[in-house]
Design a protein around this ligand. Structure first.
Ligand code: ZN
Length: 292
């Protein structure tokens, strides 16, 4: 597909309700809320408690496997065809499989879901990026004044961040990683870590695109509708955290982030340490699961 064909991609013109870009769907999410005073440990909880985190190398019993599904909404035929023709999921799976040991197979999918989302499903062991989320990112970037081609290209960068955020959820679940604090933030940090340490300029562009999307979503008014009880951080916080990771990774190369006041100097001063801590933490957590 040439650039012009890409830029004329037909996206639906219905207005999209801006939502958070990730719902973490484990099987547990569908259970009714237990009373804090009557909740008791289940056998599943006990099994998990017995799985001890260990530094020793793990046994490789699985792979990331691409699963292609038929697209239902004809508005997404073009993007579906491109993703399959360009083998974007296969390339991502190949990189991940070269790097990571897995205790079981994890399926990677893109499809039309009927909602703006990307998610890890623990029951199905699958990571799904919805075409509706890609359309949402495209519209967000168009709303910032980018032309069709630039918005389209940047959409793929933002999707890379969202995809690796969901891979973060998948790794936390399958490796039984000891995450303290907010898992959504941990998944953002995992995505920033992989992008900034493994993917070079493509990775930096992914984190920058995510930061731009968070800023635009915030400006577009989604903040007034957000539920503060939601486990995701506010888009504004995710914007500053993303920029802090980039700036912290190389304060000279990305000095403009501070010079142009994208980050307040008080926060920027702590970003190198924050970045190092993130890299050390995720390197340590993934070390037993690395192939080399
Ligand atoms: Zn998430």
């Amino acid at each position: 597909m040439n650039r012009q064909q890409r830029s004329t991609l037909a996206f639906a013109v219905i207005s999209i309700v801006i939502t958070v870009s990730c719902v973490y769907r484990s099987g547990r999410d569908s259970e009714p809320l237990p009373s804090p005073t009557t909740a008791t440990a289940t056998p599943e909880d006990k099994t998990k408690d017995d799985k001890k985190f260990s530094d020793s190398k793990k046994v490789d019993n699985g792979d990331f496997i691409v699963e292609h599904l038929a697209v239902k909404n004809p508005n997404y035929d073009e993007i579906d065809r491109q993703i399959k023709n360009d083998k974007l999921l296969e390339k991502a799976a190949d990189k991940l499989n070269r790097s990571l040991i897995l205790p079981n197979d994890i399926y990677l999918k893109t499809k039309d879901c009927g909602e703006v989302n990307a998610f890890f499903d623990a029951k199905e062991q699958s990571v799904t990026v919805c075409y509706e989320l890609m359309e949402h990112f495209y519209k967000v970037f168009r709303s910032t004044g980018l032309n069709e081609q630039k918005a389209y290209d940047k959409m793929f960068d933002a999707v890379r961040f969202a995809f690796l955020h969901e891979i973060g959820h998948a790794l936390i679940e399958n490796y039984n990683l000891p995450i303290t604090g907010n898992e959504e933030d941990a998944a953002d940090r995992c995505s920033a870590f992989i992008n900034l340490t493994e993917l070079g300029e493509d990775g930096v562009n992914a984190v920058l695109a995510a930061a731009d999307a968070f800023a635009a979503e915030s400006k577009n008014g989604s903040s007034s509708k957000r539920n503060l009880a939601d486990e995701h951080l506010l888009q504004e916080q995710r914007f500053y955290n993303s920029l802090c990771m980039i700036y912290g990774s190389d304060t000279e190369k990305y000095a403009y982030i501070l010079d142009d006041n994208y980050l307040p100097k008080e926060r920027a001063a702590r970003c190198p340490q924050e970045y190092e801590r993130t890299v050390q933490s995720w390197s340590s957590l993934l070390s037993p699961w690395r192939k080399s």
